[in-house]
Design a binder for this molecule. Structure first.
Ligand code: PEP
Length: 247
């Protein structure tokens, strides 16, 4: 079976609706779609609709939410429900991104509630897992990702539309990326846990953490990696198109 590579862009708290429109015009002008390669964009909530409109007719690409609340509606100031994200055009959602876990304090339990809400709402889940530097130095990389995967996925229907993103916390936005070998080793651990939880080999496992034009080819040369989730280096449309050209 040929490998299907997914390139996912996490814009974090960057790019307004107007900036997103300008970005997408440029990206779609310079990007050459290829068979076996798909794309996902995770803009700030206010820019989801602009990206969704730009992607009409581009079936190889989806737009998603960076975070959702588990409740369908209510007094949750600042939060976005799955149905609000979907009505803006989101077809996917990040769940458990490291900045949600480590900046906003999302727990494993809250991450599970968010995952359940995304599944119930019919969106693709991109579940992010990864160890801190302390975990890594203590030899707890696999134990950490196994805990995060198990708490998020135990008992979940293996038929859901699921992508995993392995993002070591120490590599996100730091300029330090895992070596291709380290990433591949962590991915094998993740794949084993997924199998134990009943998720088939088709579940894509991406790598994220300071991916850029200089290191993406070496990372994707590892068979264990089914794509990349990219923050900083996805903010420039030409640079992002160059990264996506490695697929
Ligand atoms: C991310 O936000 O998921 C990420 C990997 O960021 P960066 O590429 O900037 O490290």
């Amino acid at each position: 079976m040929s490998r299907s590579i997914l390139f996912a862009a996490n814009w974090k708290m960057h790019l307004s609706p107007g900036e997103a429109r300008t970005y997408m015009d440029r990206f779609l002008e310079v990007d050459a779609p290829r068979a076996g390669r798909s794309l996902a964009f995770f803009p700030p909530a206010v820019s989801i609709e602009a990206v969704a409109r730009a992607l009409v007719g581009h079936d190889h690409a989806v737009v998603g939410a960076q975070d959702v609340h588990w409740e369908p509606k209510g007094a949750f100031t600042g939060a976005t429900s799955v149905s609000l994200a979907r009505s803006a055009g989101a077809a996917a959602a990040l769940v458990g991104h490291s900045e949600r876990r480590h900046v906003f304090g999302d727990t494993d339990e809250e991450t599970r509630r968010k995952l359940d809400a995304v599944v119930d709402g019919g969106l693709q889940v991109m579940l992010c897992v990864g160890e801190t530097l302390d975990d890594r130095e203590a030899g707890r990389t696999d134990a950490t990702t196994a805990r995060q995967l198990t708490s998020a996925l135990d008992g979940v229907d293996p038929g859901i539309d699921l992508v995993i993103a392995y993002e070591p916390v120490w590599a996100i936005g730091t300029g330090r990326n895992a070596t291709p070998d380290d990433a591949a080793r962590a991915h094998r651990g993740i794949r084993n846990v997924l199998q134990d939880l009943g998720f088939a080999g088709e579940t894509r496992v991406l790598y994220g953490g300071s991916v850029n034009t200089g290191n993406v080819a070496a990372l994707l040369a590892q068979r264990e990696l089914d794509g990349v989730l990219v923050g900083g280096a996805s903010l420039d449309p030409d640079g992002w198109a160059a990264i996506c050209a490695e697929g």
